[in-house]
Design a protein around this ligand. Structure first.
Ligand code: GZL
Length: 330
């Protein structure tokens, strides 16, 4: 996208400015070819999933603040967790002729048509946070995100250690069809399959939100089957915090009657661990703005980048929580 620039009042600059102004505005809104800004500001279209969790809000803040720090013209859209909104935004970015498109895909499938349109417009695509399932991986240049399978394994390993490999488990699943929901479940089940006395007896989506996590678990706690449950595995902290509220309202002690292990490691999870209500949270780092724009700037400059970039993260328990709480950035 060419930025319309306002120049000083001398005749030479005025004429040059007028020509640049006409040229720049001609490109605004036309179906530009993308692939490189003729102005000096890099123009990036970013489609964010929504604001469904504390993790997502921190991820958005990291992306927006890093773009501002770098003087990048960020066209940012919030899809309210709806794929059709993300597809509309990506089409708009193509029409605007942005230099690079980046997005966090709410689910893994259904992206090929719009990614083919971006490729036809010669606009490179960078996946942020979550992966897509496509038949042709040239439809995106690179993907930066966490290893969700390993996050699921880490949650299961903690639970096995904490229970002597014996737990009757309820599971709150993330958004159906999303990479983190699919992969965290895969990793968790891979580890508990090694222990005959660790079994998932109930599994339902809470769509990564606190409200839906509470509602789903509240209903489950009313069932006879809930009486045998000794542990809850939630695919993110927000659903775990909703379920913790439901457990307390049912007259039980979260963290004791029902152990709770989740993923993200947001600040509210650290507070719940200091209160003894959450037992373990596996880190999934949302603060990827710097790494993301390093990649995007390289892609815009036509430099080679790895197809997959991982994000470093750890595991935190009640023993860590008090001393680390203040240092948590999200
Ligand atoms: C994980 C991210 C997930 C978080 C949730 O990288 O995609 O989405 O775990 C968020 O909190 O909603």
């Amino acid at each position: 996208m060419n930025a319309c620039r306002w120049l000083s009042s001398t005749l030479v600059f005025a004429v040059a400015g007028l020509l640049a102004l006409v040229a720049g505005c001609d490109n605004a809104g036309s179906s530009g070819s993308g692939g490189g800004a003729s102005g000096d500001a890099l123009v990036v279209g970013f489609s964010q999933i929504g604001a469904e969790s504390d993790w997502r809000k921190a991820n958005t803040e990291s992306i927006q603040s890093e773009a501002k720090k770098r003087g990048i013209d960020l066209r940012f859209s919030d899809a309210q967790q709806k794929q059709e909104n993300q597809i509309k935004s990506i089409r708009s970015f193509i029409a605007q002729g942005v230099d690079v498109i980046s997005f966090s895909p709410v689910v893994e499938t259904g992206w090929e048509p719009v990614l083919r349109e971006a490729k036809a417009a010669e606009i490179p695509v960078v996946l942020s946070d979550r992966a897509v399932e496509v038949s042709d991986d040239s439809l995106y240049v690179t993907f930066i995100g966490s290893d969700f399978v390993e996050e699921g394994r880490r949650a299961a390993r903690w639970l096995a250690d904490a229970t002597g490999n014996k737990a009757v488990i309820a599971e709150l699943v993330g958004t159906p069809g999303s990479a983190p929901a699919i992969d965290r479940k895969t990793g968790f089940e891979e580890v508990i399959a090694e222990h005959a006395d660790m079994n998932i007896v109930w599994s339902q989506s809470g769509n990564f939100t606190r409200t839906e996590g509470k509602e789903a678990f509240q209903a489950f706690l009313k069932s006879p089957q809930a009486q045998e449950v000794t542990a809850l595995f939630a695919h993110n902290d927000d659903m775990a915090l909703g379920a913790i509220q439901a457990i307390k309202e049912a007259g039980k002690k979260p963290g004791e009657d029902i152990l709770v292990v989740s993923i993200d490691a947001v600040k509210q999870a650290f507070i719940a661990m200091t209160n003894g209500e959450l037992n373990c949270t596996v880190e999934c780092n949302p603060m990827i703005g710097e790494q993301l724009f390093d990649l995007i700037e390289k892609v815009a400059a036509g430099e080679d980048v790895p197809k997959r970039v991982a994000v470093e993260e750890g595991v935190f328990t009640q023993e860590d929580a008090a001393e680390l709480l203040e240092s948590r950035a999200y």
